[in-house]
Design a binder for this molecule. Structure first.
Ligand SMILES: Cc1cc2nc3c(=O)[nH]c(=O)nc-3n(C[C@H](O)[C@H](O)[C@H](O)COP(=O)(O)OP(=O)(O)OC[C@H]3O[C@@H](n4cnc5c(N)ncnc54)[C@H](O)[C@@H]3O)c2cc1C
Length: 363
């Protein structure tokens, strides 16, 4: 039996690594020239530094994500904030305080934490998803921040790429699934068709739009929310990555890692039309206030992820499909499938592992 995993985002990689560890033959097919999907690190030529697609935060409650890192031997590529403590700064007044969850300050941090976890304004978010997030933040350990030491690519992607080796094929886009009755019969990659043996399985771990094109009739979420990140290369160096929540401005979180300060705005659709230079100016003034930085604006990179995650609304919840499909040998994975969680690394990894179990259990 071979399991074909299509899509090497975190969901596909989690499925493939679990399959590989179980001794199952696996092939991963990724359309892009690199693995990681929305969770990657890459060299930015303006900053001359490796930066992440966006600041990614895990918390201690993300048990599947931490287990995935442990499986890869990559837990030490993350830094666990012990004990859980989140410094905040109010930009206008300079007032500083620290939220020490779960008992102190959670109310003042509610909006920023909800925005970060849901990538959707709390007022329009599904109460079920809000409860799924906050219902897990019940102990100090569950609230601890886990931040990638060097970058999300180094922690979550590179070790999986090494583990999979030649079983991961990059630049290989699935263009069609040939089906007969209730089974997928062949995977078509441009000019090449891969016939599926009777016991082969497929895990489709692509984006919702791609899945809907490949499986006509599949209902998928259609509304997304943006995340905007600004990265600045500064003169000073932070000895360990430092995450600071910010209120009263545009930026919501600042992560200082090495000599790069990155600011994140979730549910950032209103910022998409604003030119990069203007956004950078606004963010830099806030960074300067938050960290006491001075001088002219340093080199920067603005990254606008238009479709960072699906909108965490009740309407989109109703459109999220289960892993099981009408094709008995094909299961779905991805943070947008029906995970019970918002579009997050934890949801993506859980979905990949659930699709793997389904693929092995079914015929
Ligand atoms: C800026 C930003 C910040 C974020 N911050 C956080 C955070 O702090 N914490 C958190 O938990 N989550 C965060 N997330 C969300 C997290 O990145 C996603 O939940 C996760 O990466 C989704 O993984 P996935 O595998 O489901 O999807 P994707 O990463 O989208 O992977 C899908 C893959 O399928 C490939 N593909 C598509 N079509 C085809 C095809 N036809 N054939 C072959 N391959 C195909 C794509 O190239 C892609 O590699 C953030 C996301 C962004 C964008």
């Amino acid at each position: 039996m071979t399991v074909h995993v299509v899509g090497a985002g975190v969901a596909g990689l989690a499925a493939a690594v679990a399959l590989s560890d179980a001794g199952i033959e696996v092939r991963v097919h990724e359309a892009a020239p690199m693995a990681g999907g929305r969770c990657r690190s890459y060299h930015d030529p303006v900053l001359d530094r490796r930066i992440d697609t966006g600041t990614h935060l895990l918390v201690g409650a993300n048990l599947s994500a931490l287990a995935y890192l442990r499986r890869l031997g990559a837990l030490d590529r993350m830094i666990e904030g012990v004990p859980a403590a989140y410094p905040f700064v109010e930009l206008a007044s300079g007032r500083r305080w620290t939220v020490r969850p779960p008992f102190s300050g959670m109310i003042s941090a509610f909006r920023l934490v909800a925005l970060a976890a849901l990538n959707t304004e709390p007022e329009e978010a599904s109460w079920r998803l809000i409860a799924a997030v906050f219902g897990r933040l019940t102990s100090e350990r569950a609230c601890r921040p886990w931040i990638a030491r060097a970058g999300v690519g180094e922690a979550l992607i590179d070790p999986a790429v090494v583990r999979l080796g030649e079983r991961l094929c990059l630049g290989r886009r699935l263009t069609r699934i040939d089906a007969a009755g209730d089974r997928a019969r062949a995977l078509v990659f441009g000019d090449e068709a891969v016939e599926l043996a009777a016991d082969d399985r497929v895990i489709l771990a692509v984006t919702p739009g791609a899945a809907a094109e490949l499986l006509p009739g599949l209902v998928v979420p259609t509304a997304f929310r943006a995340i905007v990140n600004a990265h600045f290369r500064v003169d000073s160096v932070a000895p360990v990555p430092t995450l600071v929540g910010m209120t009263g401005g545009v930026g919501q979180w600042a992560l200082w890692r090495g000599d790069v300060v990155s600011v994140t705005v979730s549910a950032a659709d209103a910022l998409l039309a604003e030119p990069a230079e203007a956004l950078a100016g606004r963010f830099w003034r806030e960074m300067a206030a938050a960290f006491g930085l001075s001088g002219a604006m340093p080199p920067f990179r603005i990254v606008k992820e238009r479709r960072a995650t699906i909108a965490a609304t009740s309407a989109m919840e109703r459109l999220r499909p289960a892993a099981r499909t009408r094709l008995r040998n094909l299961a779905l994975a991805g943070d947008w499938t029906r995970t019970g969680l918002p579009g997050t690394l934890e949801g993506a990894i859980r979905s990949g592992e659930a699709a793997m179990r389904l693929a092995l259990a079914r015929d």
